[in-house]
Design a protein around this ligand. Structure first.
Ligand code: HEC
Length: 247
């Protein structure tokens, strides 16, 4: 009886979850395949973020010393190599750029990164950072297939190199056909595989700052569920015991 009920509850949950999963997958990008339990990757991601992103993007809900503690970065290392916009470990990560200047230069203020991985998804950011291509018609000289007309310059061009977008030739039609692939025209200092790793680490760090407690929460969740399961079976046995004389 109980098993049957459990099975139908499980089926109902699965049925409900399926359309959600399909929805979430819409506009799907290749998986970033980042691992938020990989501390070495997160440390590299922190370094990448501080060096290549924090000049424009803040992470105003994140404190330096929290990052140092969680990622096992000694405070001296933190001060020397990761803190460019402040010298107080208790500070939050601010961008070096003033909002007014940013408006003047980019026409928009670079968004705060604290919750970016949660609002856009890690796969999206992974795709975005790998999809800049040369476009002389843009003020920054670069465009992006994931966010066409983006105001963000290709700040990682030195590492990735510069790529060209190749479109499928559509016969008889004016204009560009469907996007087909990227072609590297200028090599960067990293190989394509190394660049993917660089972006994966960066995205990993963005996922971490989006919810620093995520892994602890998941670990704890398993114990809570185990406890509830155990408790339910005891409660059920007790119920049987109480009612056995009544039935
Ligand atoms: C030179 C300044 C600058 C730097 C450095 C920079 N960005 Fe940006 N970024 C911008 C601007 C400007 C926008 C707003 C783009 C828009 O709305 O078109 C933006 C937008 C974004 C977005 C949001 C895209 C969206 O869908 O709205 C993400 C994600 C992002 N940046 C990630 C990064 C990461 C990660 C780095 C570091 C590797 C980085 N940026 C470095 C200027 C910068």
């Amino acid at each position: 009886m109980l098993i049957k009920k459990l099975a139908s509850a499980l089926a109902a949950v699965t049925l409900l979850a399926l359309p959600l999963a399909v929805l979430a997958n819409e506009g799907s990008y290749p998986h970033a395949e980042n691992d938020s339990r990989n501390t070495a990757s997160l440390q590299r991601g922190a370094r990448n973020f501080m060096n290549y992103c924090s000049g424009c993007h803040s992470a105003k809900f994140v404190r330096y010393n929290r990052v140092a503690t969680d990622l096992h970065i000694p405070e001296s290392e933190l001060q020397k190599n990761l803190m460019f916009t402040s010298d107080k470990p208790f500070d939050t990560i601010k961008s070096a750029m003033l909002a007014d200047d940013a408006k003047k230069w980019f026409g928009t203020v670079p968004p705060d990164m604290s919750l970016m991985a949660r609002s856009r998804g890690t796969d999206y950011i992974y795709a975005y950072l790998r999809s800049f291509y040369r476009d002389p018609s843009r003020p920054t000289g670069a465009n992006n297939t994931v966010l066409p007309g983006t105001a963000m310059p290709h700040v990682l061009a030195d590492l990735q190199g510069v790529q060209r977008a190749v479109y499928k030739a559509t016969e008889g039609e004016a204009g560009k056909g469907e996007f087909e692939k990227f072609e590297l025209v200028d090599k960067g200092s990293l190989t394509p595989a190394q660049y993917d790793e660089f972006v994966r680490d960066t995205v990993n760090f963005l996922q971490y700052i989006g919810e620093p407690i995520e892994n602890t929460r998941k670990d704890l969740g398993i114990w809570v569920l185990l406890f509830l399961l155990m408790f339910t079976s005891f409660a059920y046995m007790l119920y049987k015991e109480y009612w056995k004389d009544v039935h």
